[in-house]
Every structure is written in structure tokens, then in C-alpha cells.
Design a protein. Structure first.
Length: 198
């Protein structure tokens, strides 16, 4: 296979394009060490070595580094690796590797998220947030069922206290404003009506 183009990505890295295989991002030092130049013909074996041994190992290290900084869902980690221009096949291999050591676990992530956020967010809002992070609906429902301890009414009451809202003295306009605030937080009208008569 022939290297058709080598283009700078940043001051340390280059994109190496091949005539019939996926582009790879390499460091300039790696390029020099391997003796790769535009127009040179490389064997399939060398391409495979670069793909798995160099870029593949780097994808695993990157995944580990991303998880050191913060807990992530599988989908969040996948997005980060793809943003880092790792080939999809290598991103999946890196994810499989960290999953095998339980460094990522969507169920654990969802449970922790719910335990930490249930004092500030409605179940509906947490459900939407977790779906956006790529957690499956099935895992979310199971985690909500087992971890959610704060009732919607209790949470609404806490939010009202935080906003210094008193139903007895509030005007119609203030009540309408607070109801809109609670609806945006993901509470259902029926849940709000348990606490505020409007």
C-alpha cells in the first residue's frame, strides 16, 4: 500500500494517508523512526503493526487517561476517542479493554449520578441527562427504581425554599413563574400541584 499524503495535524503530529486504508495520526518521531515518506510503499504487515501496536496502544492509554480525570459513560468515552481521531475499530478495542477491568460501567455511572443529583433534579431531568450521556433507557430505569430516595414533592419543596417562595403570600405572577421554573426542571404538573395550589 502506498502513502499518498502526509499532512501536519499540529506541531507534534501528522496525518498519514494511504491509498486503500484508513488514515492514521502519528507523532513526527514515529514517522521518522519508521522511515515513512509520501509515495513510499509499505507492506500490509507494517500497516497492521502501526495500526495495532502504535495507534491501538495509544488509544488504550488515552482511554485510561480520560477515565483518570473523571468517570464517563461508554458513549462519552467513545465520543472522546473519536474526537481524538482514533479509528472506530481501535476506539472499540480500547473501550473493550477498560470495560474488562470495570473502569467504565454505565450501570455504576447511572447509580452514582442519581445518588448525587437527586437532591437537585427531578427523575425526568436525570433520565434525560443520562440518555444524553449515552446510558441505555433500561439501565436508567433500573437505577432510578433502586437509587431514587427523594420524592418529587420533597424535592419541589426544597427548591421552593431555596427560591424563597411562599405559596401563601405569592402573587399569581410569581406562582406562574415558579411553576414554569419547576416544569423546566422536569417535574410533571401533577407533582407540582401536590405542593402548590394553582
Amino acid at each position: 500500500m502506498i502513502i499518498t499524503q502526509i499532512t501536519p495535524e499540529d506541531k507534534n503530529r501528522v496525518r498519514v494517508s494511504f491509498d486503500d486504508s484508513q488514515d492514521l495520526i502519528l507523532y513526527k518521531g514515529e514517522l521518522k523512526k519508521l522511515g515513512l515518506e509520501e509515495g513510499s510503499d509499505i507492506s500490509d504487515a507494517l500497516y497492521e503493526q502501526i495500526f495495532y501496536e502504535i495507534v491501538g496502544k495509544r488509544a488504550v492509554k488515552r482511554a485510561m487517561h480520560l477515565l483518570e480525570k473523571m468517570d464517563r459513560t461508554e458513549e462519552q468515552l467513545r465520543r472522546k476517542l473519536l474526537e481524538g481521531q482514533y479509528p472506530a475499530r481501535l476506539a472499540e478495542k480500547a473501550i473493550d479493554y477498560v470495560k474488562s477491568y470495570h473502569y467504565i460501567d454505565d450501570e455504576r455511572y447511572a447509580r452514582t449520578f442519581i445518588r448525587l443529583k437527586q437532591e437537585q433534579r427531578s427523575a425526568a431531568r436525570m433520565r434525560m441527562d443520562l440518555l444524553a450521556k449515552g446510558v441505555s433507557a433500561e439501565i436508567i430505569e433500573q437505577a432510578l427504581e433502586e437509587e431514587l430516595e427523594v420524592s418529587p414533592e420533597t424535592l419541589i419543596q426544597k427548591l421552593l425554599e431555596k427560591k424563597h417562595y411562599c405559596p401563601d403570600t405569592a402573587s399569581v405572577k410569581e406562582t406562574a413563574k415558579i411553576v414554569q421554573f419547576l416544569l423546566r426542571k422536569g417535574f410533571r404538573k401533577s407533582e407540582i400541584m401536590q405542593v402548590i395550589d394553582f
